[in-house]
Ligand binder design. Sequence first.
Ligand SMILES: Cc1cc2nc3c(=O)[nH]c(=O)nc-3n(C[C@H](O)[C@H](O)[C@H](O)COP(=O)(O)OP(=O)(O)OC[C@H]3O[C@@H](n4cnc5c(N)ncnc54)[C@H](O)[C@@H]3O)c2cc1C
Length: 405
Amino acid sequence: MESSQYDIAIIGGGILGLSTAMQLAARAPQWRVAVLEKEEALATHQTGHNSGVMHSGIYYRPGSHKAKFCVAGLNNLVQFCNDNEIEYQQCGKVIVATDESEFGRLQDLYERGTANGVPDLEIVGQERLKEIEPYVKGVKALWAPHTGIVDFTKVAAAYAEKFQQAGGDIFTGAPVRKIVRSTGSVALETPKGTLQAKHIINCAGLYADKVAVMTGEKVGVRIIPFRGEYYTLRPESHYLVNGLIYPVPDPRFPFLGVHYTRNIHGHVEAGPNAVMALRREGYRKRDFDLGETLGSLTYPGFWKMAMKFWKIGMGEVYRSYSKRVFLRDLQRLLPEIKDSDLAGGGAGVRAQAVANDGSLLDDFSIIEGKDSIHVLNAPSPGATSSFAIGEHIAGLAVNNFGASS
Ligand SMILES: Cc1cc2nc3c(=O)[nH]c(=O)nc-3n(C[C@H](O)[C@H](O)[C@H](O)COP(=O)(O)OP(=O)(O)OC[C@H]3O[C@@H](n4cnc5c(N)ncnc54)[C@H](O)[C@@H]3O)c2cc1C
C-alpha cells in the first residue's frame, strides 16, 4: 500500500462502502478507487449482524431518503440477486394489530406505504391473516407480499467482486487511524502503510462520526451504539412462523419492535430488542470499553436523549435481562410460543446517530464536505437500500469531485 495514489479512498468495507465502490467503478472507470477495511474480512459488523430482511418501504416518511432509497433499493436488489444468482425469497410480511387501539397506526402505515409507492399492500382481517400465518393472534394486519429475505453478506461480497473485476483495490486489515491533509491530497495512515487519495468517502458505520472528525469535518452528531439481541426458535417450533411477523411499531421510537424472521438459511429468529451498548462493537452484554462509554456519557446529546427515552430504555434493558419479559412480548403475536422454544441467538449493534439536541436521527444522513462525503446515519433499511444509496453517493462524487480528479 505504501505511497499508493488513488482518486478516491472509501473507508469501510460494509455493504454501503462496497456498493458505492462498485457503482463508482461503473460510473467513473477512469478513477482509481480503493476500499480500506479495518477487519481482516469484509462486512463483519452491521452488514453481517442484521435481520436479513429486504424491506419494502412502508414505515418511512414520504419524500424521505429512507422512503426513496428503500423502495428503489428493493427493486435494484432483487434485480442484482437475479443477475448474480444470490438466493433470496419474497416471502411477504405481516404487521399485526393485536387490539383495536392499533388500528389507527396500522391504517397510517398502509397510507404511508402506498404514498411511498409500495405495491400490493393490503389490510387483511383475521381470516386472511390465519391463511398467511396460522399461529398469529391478531385482529387485523397489514400484508406486504413483496418484503423478502436475503443474506446481506453475500450481497456485499458480490458488490466487492464486481468492484475488483472492474480494477478496484480492497485493503483489509487496514484500519484508518489518522488522516493528514496537504494541498490537493489526503494521506490515510493505517498499520499496513499510508494511502494517498484526492477524496474520501466515509462509510465507516459504527465509527462514521470518528472518521468524519479525523477528516476535519464538524458533524454535530455522535454515533450511539444500540445492541439488538435475538433468540433463535428451536427447529421443532419453526412451524409456528411462515415468513415475517412484525408488531405495529411504537411511533416514538425509531426501531421496529421485536419480530419473528424466518431467514434465508431456514432459521427462525425472534428479536431484536434495542439496548444501549457499552462498546461500539459490543455484541455481548459484558462487552465494555471505558473510552467509548465515556464518549457517549460526556456527549450532551446523550443526556437529552436519555431524558426523552429513559422509560422505554429501562424497559428494553429489563427485557434484555429477563427472558420471561421477552417471551411475554413475543407471545402477544404468537401465544403458543413457550420458553422452551427459545434458544439463545446472536446480536447486532446499530450505529444510531444522535444529534446535539438529543434527537435520534430518523432518516439516512449523507453529508458533503469539501473533498469528502460522509454517511453519518444508515440504520435499517440501509442494507435493503444499499444499491440505491451507493448509486446516490457515486452520483454525488461524480458531481462534486469531477473537476478535480
Ligand atoms: C440488529 C440489526 C438489524 C438490522 N436489520 C436490517 C434488516 O433486516 N434489513 C435492512 O435493510 N437493514 C437492517 N439493518 C441495517 C443494516 O445492517 C445497515 O444499514 C447496513 O449494514 C449499514 O452498512 P454500512 O456499510 O454502513 O455499515 P457496516 O456494515 O457496519 O460497515 C462499516 C465498516 O466500516 C469499517 N470501519 C469502521 N471504522 C473504520 C476505520 N477507521 N478504518 C477502516 N474501516 C473501518 C467496519 O469495520 C465495518 O466493516 C440492521 C442493523 C442491525 C444492527
